[in-house]
Design a protein around this ligand. Structure first.
Ligand code: SF4
Length: 318
C-alpha cells in the first residue's frame, strides 16, 4: 500500500470524520472505556453513556473500588454486560499490578480481561501512536474490498492491516480512518463508492456487493414468566441472575422458563442477538419465596432493558 493511498484516506479523515469525544483525547482510561463500549454497540448508543461514565467513575481507582452493581447500573442500555465485568476485573488488576496506571506496553494491555488484539491495537495507537492495527468488522470489510478478495482469512488481513499502518506515518489517524470509512462509506450493503477517498485504486469500486456467505444463525425463542411481587410499602421483589448466561448478574423479578408458549400474548418481546425473549408478566401480591430482596427504589439497581420495559407496561416505577 503506497503512501499516496494513505494520504488520500488520511486527508479525507481529517476533513470528514465525525467529531466524537474519544477522538479528542489521548487519555488512556477514556480511550479504553470507549473502545470497550463500542464493541458491538452503535456510536449513538454509546455517546450518552460515555460521558455519564466518567462523572460516576472519574478514574481507574474509583472504578476498581466500586461495587460491581454500580458498574452494571452504569452499563444499562449498552447490552453485553460481560464487558462491564471485564472492565471491573481489569481495573482491579491495574490497581494491584500496575500501581493504578494503565499499562503502556501492547502485551500488558492485551493481557487485561476483555481486551483482544484489535482493541489493544486501538488503545496503543490512539494513546501512544504505536503502529498496531485495528481489525474490527468494518476494517475487515474495507480491506477485503480494497484488495478485491472477499474470501481472505484473518491471518492475511492482519498482514495487510500491519503493512498499511507501517507506511501510513500516522497510526492513530490511520486506524480511525479505516474504521470511519467502514462505518460511514464502505457499508456492508451499500458502499458509497462515489464519495470514497480510495475508490480510484480499490479493486471493488462500483462493483456489485459481494453475496453474503455467512450462514444466518437461527433465532431461538424463549418464553419466560416474570412474576412481579409488589408491595405498597416494600416495593418490588428482585432476585439476582446467575453469573453466566442471559442477563448474567443483573437483577430481575423471579423468572420461570416455560416449556411451551402460553395462549396469551407476551407483554413484551425483547430481542437479543440470537434469541427472542417473550416475557409474560404476572402481578402477584403473595409473599415471594427463595433468594431475593425487596427494593423500594430501582434507581441504583442494574436491570436488563427488557425488564425495564416490562415494568413500565405494568406501571411499576423503575
Ligand atoms: S471504493 Fe467502494 S468498495 Fe472500495 S473501499 Fe470505497 S466504498 Fe468500499
Amino acid at each position: 500500500m503506497s503512501s499516496v493511498r494513505c494520504n488520500n484516506l488520511l486527508e479525507w479523515y481529517g476533513k470528514k470524520a465525525r467529531k466524537l469525544p474519544w477522538r479528542e483525547t489521548s487519555d488512556l482510561y477514556h480511550i479504553w472505556i470507549s473502545e470497550i463500549m463500542l464493541q458491538q454497540t452503535q456510536v449513538k448508543t454509546v455517546l450518552p453513556r460515555y460521558s455519564n461514565w466518567f462523572e460516576k467513575f472519574p478514574d481507574i481507582a474509583s472504578l476498581a473500588s466500586a461495587p460491581i452493581d454500580e458498574l452494571l447500573k452504569s452499563w444499562e442500555g449498552l447490552g453485553y454486560y460481560r464487558r462491564a465485568r471485564f472492565i471491573h476485573r481489569a481495573a482491579r488488576i491495574i490497581v494491584s499490578e500496575h500501581s493504578g496506571v494503565f499499562p503502556e506496553s501492547f502485551n500488558a494491555i492485551m493481557a487485561l480481561p476483555g481486551i483482544g488484539r484489535s482493541t489493544a491495537g486501538a488503545i496503543a495507537s490512539f494513546s501512544f501512536g504505536q503502529p498496531t492495527p485495528v481489525l474490527d468488522g468494518n476494517v475487515k470489510r474495507v480491506l477485503k474490498r480494497w484488495h478485491g478478495s472477499p474470501e481472505t482469512g484473518d491471518r492475511q488481513l492482519w498482514t495487510w492491516a500491519q503493512n498499511a499502518i507501517d507506511v501510513s506515518g500516522n497510526p492513530a489517524d490511520w486506524n480511525q480512518a479505516m474504521m470511519e470509512l467502514g462505518a460511514t462509506i464502505c457499508s456492508s450493503r451499500r458502499p458509497d463508492c462515489a464519495h470514497c477517498p480510495v475508490s480510484w485504486n480499490c479493486s471493488s469500486a462500483f462493483q456489485p456487493v459481494e453475496p453474503c456467505t455467512t450462514k444466518k444463525t437461527a433465532v431461538k425463542h424463549a418464553h419466560w414468566q416474570v412474576t412481579l411481587y409488589t408491595c405498597p410499602t416494600r416495593g418490588i421483589w428482585l432476585t439476582r441472575r446467575p453469573d453466566s448466561g442471559i442477563w448474567a448478574s443483573l437483577w430481575t423479578p423471579p423468572i420461570i422458563e416455560l416449556a411451551s408458549p402460553p395462549e396469551e400474548k407476551p407483554c413484551h418481546i425483547h430481542m437479543l442477538t440470537h434469541r427472542k425473549l417473550h416475557l409474560y408478566g404476572d402481578l402477584s401480591n403473595l409473599s415471594p419465596s427463595g433468594e431475593g430482596q425487596w427494593f423500594s427504589s430501582l434507581e441504583s439497581v442494574a436491570l436488563p432493558t427488557g425488564i425495564h420495559r416490562l415494568l413500565e407496561k405494568y406501571g411499576v416505577a423503575s
